[in-house]
Design a protein around this ligand. Structure first.
Ligand SMILES: Cc1cc2nc3c(=O)[nH]c(=O)nc-3n(C[C@H](O)[C@H](O)[C@H](O)COP(=O)(O)OP(=O)(O)OC[C@H]3O[C@@H](n4cnc5c(N)ncnc54)[C@H](O)[C@@H]3O)c2cc1C
Length: 395
């Protein structure tokens, strides 16, 4: 038996170039991949250092307006940054919430003063904003959220409610909270978005003991009569779902990119292992039972990349409705491809698939995040059944 040791040289298979990507986007891919590789090969790969370096290079706010310190590009570019970092094994999960959801919403609907206050920090990464919509009793049914804002005398807001699974609240200076106003307390959700600074009195957080090994922890939040100034509200309180989805479509595209990066990373490791590991006459990668599922995973990831690109382009064109369907489909396709890719990669490494040294076992849990969040596989299938196919609802 030839033992296979070491974890070096795990460069993932490069995605095949697509005719839709510009020369600048390809150059960005190459540069981000190089940063990720340097970071992943470093001995004390510290995600905070990577966050700072990526911020300094302009990658974290590549989608935000230039006049507020961003790169002036779009979600297409931000997704590409997350995918390439993930493909090197060092994804930055908070890219999904801080510049993609919060940055987009503020850039599109914030006042001039709000943009000046928050965007430059989000753009260079010196300021992080978390995002909380999920509630313990509402779950996938966002229309049931009960976090409520009431007007206090003088125009302040007072916010009360609970949130769960909110990522990175400890790392973030602020959290954007989705609530509803008192006079829209019941019925279909008319969401309002409030920015809550971390140390505001009444804003409590408790970390949830997750099975994930990542820099970003998830928190349960309690908002107990949290008093906020009038301009904590971003956008119009009567705007309805439009403002929220302006942030949630990018979130789905970014989760797809997160899944694609992880899937590529896993396949890259497995392919390298399968080329070298030999227990009979030929390397295990010569057995079609090992090769075909890896080929299949590669194909599925490539297909999901195309859908992700389509969704990102629609977001960047401002076609919120078209982007809604495409972003859901992209998130679905990428998450499913990622879960299958990780499963096959772990299997390819046999026992080593579950060792810490090879770093694949932890991805079994991490890959499931993309299937559950920010919207579960079933809720996307429901959406496509109803919205795209016109089938009746069961709920
Ligand atoms: C690592 C991680 C990070 C997260 N980060 C954030 C964050 O930063 N901010 C935030 O707000 N939230 C965050 N979330 C929460 C995430 O968005 C929710 O977990 C997700 O929306 C599912 O909600 P739930 O967990 O309440 O599941 P539930 O809604 O209870 O669903 C449980 C199961 O039932 C299924 N189900 C529910 N309704 C239906 C139906 N009508 N038809 C078919 N099946 C159905 C679901 O698909 C799922 O499989 C995070 C979650 C995780 C795991």
């Amino acid at each position: 038996m030839t033992p296979v040791t070491g974890t070096s040289g795990t460069t993932p298979p490069a995605p095949s170039p697509t005719p839709f990507e510009t020369a600048e986007q390809r150059a960005l891919r190459t540069a981000v991949a190089a940063l990720g590789r340097r970071h992943a090969e470093g001995h004390d790969a510290d995600p905070d250092v990577l966050w700072r370096e990526a911020g300094k290079a302009g990658y974290l706010g590549v989608n935000l307006p230039e006049e507020y310190g961003g790169g002036g590009a779009g979600i297409t570019e931000l997704a590409l940054v997350l995918e390439e970092l993930g493909a090197q094994g060092c994804p930055l999960l908070l890219l999904i919430v801080s510049p993609a959801i919060c940055g987009t919403v503020i850039a599109r609907f914030g006042t001039g003063e709000q943009k000046r206050r928050w965007l430059p920090g989000l753009a260079d990464g010196s300021r992080i904003m978390a995002f909380g919509i999920t509630e313990p009793d509402a779950g996938s049914n966002s229309h049931r959220i009960t976090t409520t804002a009431r007007r206090a005398p003088g125009g302040d807001w007072v916010l009360s409610g609970r949130k769960v699974f909110v990522s990175g609240v400890d790392l973030a200076e602020d959290t954007m909270i989705v609530g509803r106003t008192e006079d829209a307390r019941t019925g279909a959700l008319k969401p309002c978005l409030f920015v809550v600074p971390r140390d505001t009195p009444g804003f409590g957080r408790t970390p949830i003991d997750m099975e994930l090994r990542a820099r970003e922890r998830q928190f349960e939040l309690v908002l107990d009569e949290v008093r906020l100034p009038a301009d904590a509200l971003v956008g119009d309180e009567d705007a309805g779902l439009l403002q929220l989805f302006a942030g949630l479509n990018p979130e789905r595209v970014m989760t797809a990119a997160f899944a694609l990066g992880m899937g590529r990373y896993a396949v890259g490791k497995a392919v390298r292992y399968a080329r070298e590991r030999q227990v009979w006459k030929a390397p295990i990668g010569a057995h079609q039972a090992i090769a075909h599922p890896l080929a299949q995973a590669h194909i599925e990831l490539e297909l999901a990349r195309l859908m992700t690109l389509k969704a990102a382009l629609l977001c960047d064109e401002g076609d919120d409705e078209g982007a809604g369907e495409a972003a859901n489909m992209a998130k679905y396709a990428a998450a499913e491809a990622c879960v299958r890719a990780v499963d096959q990669a772990v299997h390819t490494l046999g026992g080593n698939g579950l060792t810490r040294e090879y770093g694949l076992g932890r991805l079994v849990t991490a890959s499931r995040v993309a299937r559950i969040a920010p919207v579960s596989r079933e809720m996307i299938l429901n959406y496509v059944s109803h919205q795209s196919l016109g089938l009746p609802r069961s709920y």
